[in-house]
Every structure is written in structure tokens, then in C-alpha cells.
Design a protein around this ligand. Structure first.
Ligand code: IPE
Ligand code: IPE
Ligand code: MG
Length: 242
């Protein structure tokens, strides 16, 4: 943890894991092989986040827009995720990691859903790192769902329109206290040199520091991760004040 300041470690880091496809192209292998290499990178970053004392890690694994990709690629991504949770479940439990899914994973392939449900169940009481996997996640969809829930409550007379505060809207997001229950991320990292949010945590990112890394996700090392955190620690966060 060279050069990092423990006292200002972010509590919640969110990562847009991008560049698997370009990594595969660079290595002359199929795109799915890029996603496999990306899974290994994810594993490494989960372990390292835990070591650094980060409390919540959210990774963007599959967006609501990623269904546009070929069936082969989509199948491959979900299969890899199952391999990851099955292979590493015992270790996640041992390390006290609690796994949550952000997004509507009811519509993902049945075998993947089962494996993920088991992982969530088996790790739900763990008090260590909270590891959120954003899967079939889209932030506009997330906000729309929150608004729908609130509208139902108003219609049922459980809530007055004037009760709809920012906190109420946050409550019904996937990160809200009805679901994953975690604070807004102080730091959002995107790899592969792209500089956009691609429908990730739009509401929660209001005051997040954004750090961009040129590394393709499978090449993203723990050193590069620490460099991103160090960049975050060097920022002057003002939240609109002076
Ligand atoms: C990120 O890598 C993983 C997912 C979106 C599932 P990409 O597959 O987007 O990689 P590039 O952007 O094509 O290199
Ligand atoms: C964002 O990456 C989604 C994930 C990392 C899961 P994309 O590669 O899908 O985003 P765009 O298409 O470059 O914006
Ligand atoms: Mg991409």
C-alpha cells in the first residue's frame, strides 16, 4: 500500500471494467477469452480491495445495453461469471466477503441465476468487504424502477408527493437501503481509456471523483489500482462549497 493514506481511503469504489474485447483482439484470441482474462482481473481486485480496507466494491459486469452483443458473447460472459462464483465461493466466504447483485438478474440464464442466488445466500451474513456485481444493470432503468415504486406508494396513500425527498429516491435504487444498502461511491474508475459513464450509477455519481486508466481491464494490475486510488486521494473535493 505504498503511498496511500489510510485515513482517506474511499469507503466505496466502483469500477467500469472495460477493454476485454480490445485485449482479446491484441492477443489474437476470441472475445470470450478476453472476458475470461477479465474475470481473473476482477478476482485480483476483489482481494486487493479487501486488503486495502475498502468497505464496498461495485463492478460493472453487464449492462442493460450489453444484450445487443452476439448470443455467443452474452452466453460466454454469464458462463464465466458462474465459473467465477462457483470456483471462488469458498474463498469469498473464508475472506468474509458479502456478494450482492445490482440489477434485475431475474432475466439472466437459469444456471447463472441459481449460482448467483446461492452465492448471495451463502455470503449474506459476512461482515467483510461488500462486493456488488452490477449485472443486467442500467442506471436509467434503476431510477425508473425507483420512481415506479414511489408512484405505487403515493397511489396507495402510503406516501405524500411532498415526502419524495432525495433520500426517498435513493432508498429504492439498487444501492439503496431496501437492497444493497451502500453509500455513494467516492471514486469511480473506468479502464481502457474510455471516458464516459455508459449508464452506470448516474444518480450516485453526483459527487464521485472519476479516474480513468488507459489499462485494458485484463491488464489492470494492483499497482495501477493503487495509482488510481492515489489520484483520488490527491483530489480536492469541494461538494459545491467555496
Ligand atoms: C467490458 O469489456 C466487459 C463488458 C462490457 C461485458 P468490453 O467487452 O466492452 O471490451 P471492449 O470495449 O470491446 O474492448
Ligand atoms: C460498459 O462498457 C459496460 C460494462 C463495463 C459492463 P461498454 O463497453 O458496454 O460501454 P460502451 O458501449 O463503450 O459505452
Ligand atoms: Mg467496452
Amino acid at each position: 500500500m505504498t503511498g496511500l493514506i489510510k485515513e482517506i481511503m474511499p469507503q466505496h469504489v466502483a469500477i467500469i471494467m472495460d477493454g476485454n474485447g480490445r485485449w482479446a483482439k491484441e492477443h489474437g484470441v476470441p472475445r470470450v477469452a478476453g472476458h475470461r482474462a477479465g474475470m481473473e482481473s476482477m478476482k485480483k481486485i476483489v482481494d486487493h480491495s479487501d486488503k486495502l480496507g475498502i468497505k464496498h466494491l461495485t463492478v460493472y459486469a453487464f449492462s442493460t445495453e450489453n444484450w445487443k452483443r452476439s448470443t455467443e458473447e452474452v452466453r460466454g460472459i454469464f458462463k464465466l461469471l458462474v465459473t467465477f462464483v462457483n470456483r471462488d465461493l469458498r474463498e469469498l466466504i473464508k475472506n468474509n466477503v458479502c456478494v450482492k447483485i445490482l440489477g434485475d438478474f431475474s432475466s439472466i440464464p437459469e444456471d447463472s441465476k441459481k449460482a448467483l442466488e446461492k452465492t448471495i445466500e451463502d455470503t449474506k451474513n459476512n461482515k467483510g468487504l461488500q462486493f456488488n456485481i452490477a449485472l443486467n444493470y442500467g442506471s436509467r432503468d434503476e431510477i425508473r424502477r425507483s420512481v415506479e415504486t414511489i408512484a405505487h406508494k403515493v397511489k396507495a396513500g402510503e406516501l405524500e408527493p411532498s415526502d419524495i425527498s432525495e433520500d426517498v429516491i435513493s432508498e429504492y435504487l439498487w444501492t439503496g437501503n431496501m437492497h444493497a444498502d451502500c453509500p455513494d461511491p467516492e471514486l469511480i474508475i473506468r479502464t481502457s481509456g474510455e471516458q464516459r459513464l455508459s449508464n452506470f450509477l448516474l444518480w450516485q455519481a453526483a459527487y464521485s471523483e472519476l479516474v480513468f486508466s488507459d489499462a485494458l481491464w485484463p491488464d489492470f494490475s494492483t499497482e495501477e489500482y493503487e495509482r488510481c486510488i492515489a489520484e483520488y486521494q490527491s483530489r480536492d473535493r469541494r461538494f459545491g462549497g467555496r
